[in-house]
Design a protein around this ligand. Structure first.
Ligand code: ADP
Ligand code: ZN
Ligand code: ZN
Length: 817
């Protein structure tokens, strides 16, 4: 072979792969799926080789790549095909996919800042270059890779830094780092020198001088049964519970070498990580499981629609077990961190250390740990269950047998920036590629999935009863318009809701109150002229946060003090309008000064510790009332919730798109589903100004069929998914006039191709965010037309647009809007 070229996926938003010439001496070190360092405009980047070939590029002369980094591929062919599909299907650059898929540590660039890892011993025998970098970092603390290059006066530092990272001496610096410390607990064991034969003697000796130690030891023998078949681990809190002076007695026993203490990682939410036997399935669950398994022999995807608390999780657990009989990997996708914790502890009880967690709150270091650990465990033939949000799809699976998409209807499965993929749909593609099965679970399936199930594309299995004879909650309405007119509202609460809170908490049960907005009030307003302070960077009114006494923008983070006089008329009567979770919490405390009230929303859960604290306090029963945003609506299983209150249902019915009814229904049914999950029935009170709104009526009756019927009819009539395909475009520019011109030109070009299938341009609800103006266009494509052909044509329009005078406008494409 005379020449070798590599097509490289760059970690940049460039539309294509870049082709580089491979230096002759590296012919053997460069392979598909391996990383290489390449230079673009004097900066170095880590890219991934997609393909090797000997076709000389036409029209330009390819540069040499700088060097290779790996001795074996770090991503395999199937993964790269998955990336290809994501970038093609969702019309984004391969680099956007790469950046979403690979942890930061695996794609260094000149701008990456690296730091020495604390607490590592001075390494001996480092090769000279690595040593020089290591010493420079020790001195300077942190350096960008470009700075290291300058310092050492050479451009090939990256592979050395990679080796230092591999040795654990250097790490990528992160802007926001919340370090993950596993929660540890001390456990007790008999020292190996103490046997069944000698234990009596040990007790005899202690008996005389140290009766307390005898108590502790006896209790250990009782709880741990160390010499029997049922031997079990005993934690220190369990051993010493209510034993006065037990702590020092235990220390003495340890000193004497009678017992050994050891540390063990436990679930982070106060659940024990002890492996327990799997629960027996109920007859309904058993039937559902069998149905699913039998459909799986013919169809790869099954939708499990089970009412809230029907025990879908228990069925997933069986499916995981069954999948493990033939494959080693299971992926369990969840829409949000808030439910991750609880699911993990439930899975750990059954599967122990097979459960691995990957989530958005892990630092980049921890993410790369998960990545490596997965590969490590695979090489040892271990089975793993990866639990995580949509990004967990990108992990290096190689033996995937089952993907669970829990709460499949949840909008969080869709990524909001490029690549704008939908994890459920991407999971189905990946599964079909590798021959895995997919189970979609929800009490309120998406209209799309329901349609697919009805069309026979997916299997459909239903569970219509709650587990253990628990009944569905009783849902009642409070007409707050009527009550306000009659001046009967007590602050934010109807008398009915206040009575129910009182009754519920007096009977020792708990309450969840739901308000879909954080902050204290949605804004402040001048009483005389109606002026409402707006964000300076966005077209939204500022939210008032009482903690901190600030007005804040929820779109860009801008914050300012609350004005004392009106910005227009100078009046001093400023009042708050609307309300958020903060206000609910505050006002409720006035009516119930003796209840312990907590709040869970984005503001109170910025750190994981804060989240744990609220969660534990509520699940242990210490907290009586939990106020929250949609964070508390999803999947959570608390045993003792007797009442759920929805404070303002009307805010849940105003989603600005064709899914507004669907979303409103899902949200309300999900929130309601937190009530009465065990033997005692639960109650739900919905406060609304529109009691006769069809969605409210369907929620009361839990009438999913009517919702679906309505949606099918409407969407068929107006050509919306699932009866047509929808592609949304957003054009963005800081200059609104330039944007308007560009949008008109873009719309014209699209219409040339697609005619009246194009809608818009139109301004979105919030035209300006972060000083960028936005304009939207929508394209509806018939179901029977070729989607890929349409995308090719769209691409041509975009390419032409990008080459036109309007090219400074940013174009974002959302496929399957
Ligand atoms: P869903 O996911 O459908 O909302 P869950 O799986 O959370 O329902 O089940 C609701 C509650 O019932 C949970 O506490 C769960 O542990 C319990 N449960 C469900 N099925 C069983 C079973 N077969 N045996 C014991 N407990 C069960
Ligand atoms: Zn005013
Ligand atoms: Zn703003």
């Amino acid at each position: 072979m005379t020449e070798l070229f590599a097509d490289v996926i760059m970690p940049l938003s460039v539309p294509k792969l870049l082709t580089y010439r491979v230096p002759r001496e590296q012919f053997n070190d460069v392979f598909p799926g391996g990383r290489v360092i390449v230079q673009v405009k004097r900066k170095l980047y880590t890219g991934i080789v997609r393909r090797l070939h000997s076709e000389v590029p036409v029209g330009y002369s390819a540069f040499y790549l700088v060097s290779s980094l790996d001795t074996e591929p770090i991503v395999d062919e199937v993964q790269m095909q998955f990336w290809d599909w994501l970038s093609e299907y969702y019309m984004c650059s391969p680099g956007d996919v790469l950046n979403a898929a690979l942890p930061g540590h695996l794609r260094l660039s000149s701008d990456t800042v690296v730091v020495p890892v604390d607490g590592m011993e001075y390494p001996e025998n480092l090769p000279p270059k690595e040593e020089a970098i290591y010493m420079a970092l020790q001195q300077k603390g942190s350096l960008s890779i470009a700075e290291v290059e300058k310092l050492l006066n050479q451009i090939t530092v990256m592979q050395h830094i990679n080796r230092l990272i591999k040795k654990g001496l250097v790490a990528v610096k992160e802007e926001i780092r919340e370090s993950y410390k596993p929660k540890m607990e001390t456990y007790i064991e008999l020292s190996p020198s103490v046997s069944e034969a000698s234990i009596g003697e040990v007790l005899d000796i202690l008996e005389k001088k140290a009766p307390k130690q005898v108590d502790v030891l006896m209790r250990y023998l009782h709880l741990g049964k160390p010499f029997s078949e049922q031997k079990s681990e005993v934690s220190k809190p369990k051993l010493l519970k209510d034993l006065e002076g037990g702590d020092s007695a235990l220390k003495s026993l340890e000193k004497k070498g009678i017992v050994v203490l050891y540390e063990k990682e436990i679930g982070r939410f106060g659940f024990s990580a002890d492996v327990q036997p799997i629960s027996e399935l109920s007859e309904n669950q058993q039937n559902a499981l069998q149905e699913i398994e039998s459909i799986f022999t013919q169809k790869p995807v099954v939708l499990l629609k089970g009412v809230t608390s029907s025990g879908k999780t228990e069925i997933f657990i069986r499916l995981i077990e069954n999948s493990f009989e033939s494959k080693n990997e299971v992926l369990y996708l969840l829409p949000e961190i808030a439910i991750t914790a609880q699911i993990i502890s439930r899975l750990q009880k059954v599967f122990g250390r097979k459960v691995m967690v990957y989530h958005s709150r892990l630092s980049a270091n921890e993410r790369v740990d998960v990545w490596r650990e997965m590969i490590q465990r695979r090489s040892e033939g271990e089975k793993v269950i990866l639990v995580g949000p949509r990004s967990a799809l990108m992990l290096p699976f190689r033996d995937l047998g089952l993907i669970i998409v829990d709460e499949e209807h949840d909008p969080n499965f869709k990524q909001m920036d490029s690549p704008r993929y939908h994890a459920r749909d991407a999971a189905i593609w990946l599964a079909s590629k590798v021959g895995a099965k997919v189970i979609l679970g929800s009490a309120t399936p998406s209209v799309e999935s329901w349609h697919n199930a009805k069309e026979g594309k997916y299997g459909l299995v239903q569970l219509s009863e709650r587990f253990g004879g628990a009944v569905m909650p009783d849902i009642q309405i409070s007409d707050i318009r009527e009550l306000t007119k009659k001046k009967m509202m007590k602050s934010l609460f109807s008398p009915m809701l206040l009575d129910a809170i009182k009754e519920t908490t007096e009977s020792g049960r708990q309450v969840m109150l739901f308000q879909n907005r954080r902050g204290f009030s949605s804004g402040v307003e001048c009483q005389s002229c109606g002026w409402i302070p707006q964000c300076v960077h966005c077209d939204v009114s500022l939210t008032y946060h009482r903690g901190g006494g600030q007005l804040r923008c929820h779109y860009c983070g801008y914050a300012t003090v609350v004005p004392t006089t009106c910005g227009t008329c100078g009046e001093t009567q400023i009042r708050t309008i609307g309300f958020g979770t903060e206000k609910v919490e505050d006002e409720l405390a006035i009516y119930f000064p003796n209840l312990k009230i907590g709040r869970m929303d984005l503001d109170t859960t910025r750190s994981r510790i804060a989240y744990d604290r609220i969660f534990t306090s509520f699940s242990s029963g210490e907290m009586n009332v939990l106020v929250g945003t949609q964070m508390i609506s999803k999947g959570l299983d608390f045993a003792n919730v007797g009442l759920v209150g929805i404070l303002n249902a009307d805010t849940m019915l105003g989603f600005p798109d064709y899914r507004s009814f669907e979303r409103g229904y899902q949200l309300m049914v999900q929130v309601s589903g937190r009530a009465g999950r065990r033997n005692k029935p639960g109650k739900v009170i919905i406060q609304t100004k529109n009691p006769s709104h069809p969605v409210i009526q369907w929620v009361i009756a839990q009438d999913f069929d009517s919702l679906i019927q309505h949606e099918f009819t409407e969407r068929q009539l107006y050509n919306y998914p699932p009866f047509a395909r929808l592609i949304n475009f957003t054009l963005r520019h800081p200059d609104s006039r330039k944007l308007d011109d560009a949008a008109a030109a873009f719309a014209f070009q699209l219409r040339e191709v697609f005619g009246n299938r194009v809608l818009g341009p139109a301004y979105p609800n919030i035209p300006r965010i972060r000083n960028q103006y936005n304009v939207c266009l929508m394209l509806k494509i018939e179901k029977n037309a070729s989607y890929s052909q349409a995308k090719l044509r769209i691409k041509k329009v975009i390419d032409a647009f990008k080459a036109s005078a309007h090219r400074s406008n940013y174009v974002m494409v959302e496929v399957d809007g």
